[in-house]
Design a protein around this ligand. Structure first.
Ligand SMILES: NC(=O)c1ccc[n+]([C@@H]2O[C@H](COP(=O)([O-])OP(=O)(O)OC[C@H]3O[C@@H](n4cnc5c(N)ncnc54)[C@H](OP(=O)(O)O)[C@@H]3O)[C@@H](O)[C@H]2O)c1
Length: 274
């Protein structure tokens, strides 16, 4: 029997590439997005169901799962991909911005899982893939709130990877690095207007551009997500992208303070006295 995946945030980028990858590999795809009326490519695929799902809205999640099961009979894997970033210093971030990004990047996957877990438990199988980020393991300046959401999603998912084993449910984390999508262009900018951080942001961006050269394609990430969904094991983490591998290798090869010093020298050398 053909397997079925439900993916969130398939209107663009990694989510769309993942929907196309699973479809190409012969899966049924429940491609969910906030505005399905704008989609044309996935809508025309056989064995794909494009359906509305806003991860901030439990009813839309329950409905998408119901529609998917009505059409394909079963769901075998869930990819929690929808997410975005807030860019700017913490002090200039509003409560509303913080609430909304947590509501999407962390509470969103939690809502999806609350809805699908009874089904996975009942069928004694299922694969959960939460898309975090290299930024769920290491941090860069000026994106503290995004990191807070992805670190939280990592910790949450790691715990599930213990808790769901008795039910035969595989829990996985895919950690992309910089990926060529509309992610950076769609970043929400912190809204406080204190210019005290302007120079810091300017220098941070300059250093980021200098070092952020190892960008992956969304198809590379989709390929890793497909592997995680089909390798039939309990491996938890799937780092992907040359930059992710670079930072994780350094993080794991030196002590904690040496690592922090390395990152400071890389991203904020202007503010160090050495
Ligand atoms: N690109 C990178 O460099 C990078 C690196 C590490 C991790 N990631 C992670 O990869 C995932 C996908 O990002 P991407 O790079 O593919 O960016 P993207 O092209 O901007 O795609 C983000 C997707 O999330 C959707 N989304 C946002 N809020 C949503 C909500 N409330 N409900 C449902 N969908 C929502 C967007 O839908 P709309 O079209 O409706 O806005 C879009 O489909 C994110 O979790 C991101 O954190 C990306």
């Amino acid at each position: 029997m053909k397997k079925t995946v439900l993916i969130t945030g398939t209107s663009s980028g990694i989510g769309k590439a993942t929907a196309l990858e699973f479809h190409r590999k012969g899966w049924n795809v429940i491609a969910t997005m906030r505005s399905p009326e704008k989609e044309s490519e996935l809508t025309n695929l056989e064995n794909a169901l494009v359906v509305a799902l806003d991860v901030q809205n439990q009813e839309s999640i329950d409905n998408a799962i119901e529609e998917g099961i009505k059409k394909f009979g079963k769901i075998d894997a869930i990819v929690n991909n929808a997410g975005y970033t807030v860019f700017g210093p913490f002090e200039l971030t509003t409560d509303d911005q913080i609430s909304r990004i947590f509501d999407t990047n962390l509470y969103g996957p939690m809502r999806v899982l609350r809805s699908i877990l009874p089904l996975f438990r009942e069928q004694k199988s299922g694969v959960i893939i939460n898309v975090t980020s290299a930024g769920g393991r290491v941090t860069y300046p000026i994106t503290s709130i995004y990191h807070a959401t992805k670190f939280a999603l990592e910790g949450f998912t790691e715990t599930l990877a213990y808790e769901l084993i008795p039910f035969g449910i595989q829990t996985k984390i895919v950690e992309p690095g910089s990926t060529a999508t509309k992610f950076v262009g769609s970043a929400e900018i912190t809204t406080g207007d204190n210019p005290i951080y302007d120079e810091f942001i300017h220098n941070g961006l300059k250093n980021w551009e200098k070092h952020d050269t190892l960008t992956s394609s969304p198809e590379t990430i989709a390929d890793k997500i497909f592997t995680a969904a089909t390798d039939n094991n309990y491996v938890l983490r799937y780092p992907v992208g040359e930059d992710t591998e670079f930072y994780l290798a350094i993080r794991q090869s030196i002590d904690d303070q040496s690592y922090v010093d390395f990152m400071r020298n890389r991203f904020i050398p202007e503010y160090l006295n050495n």
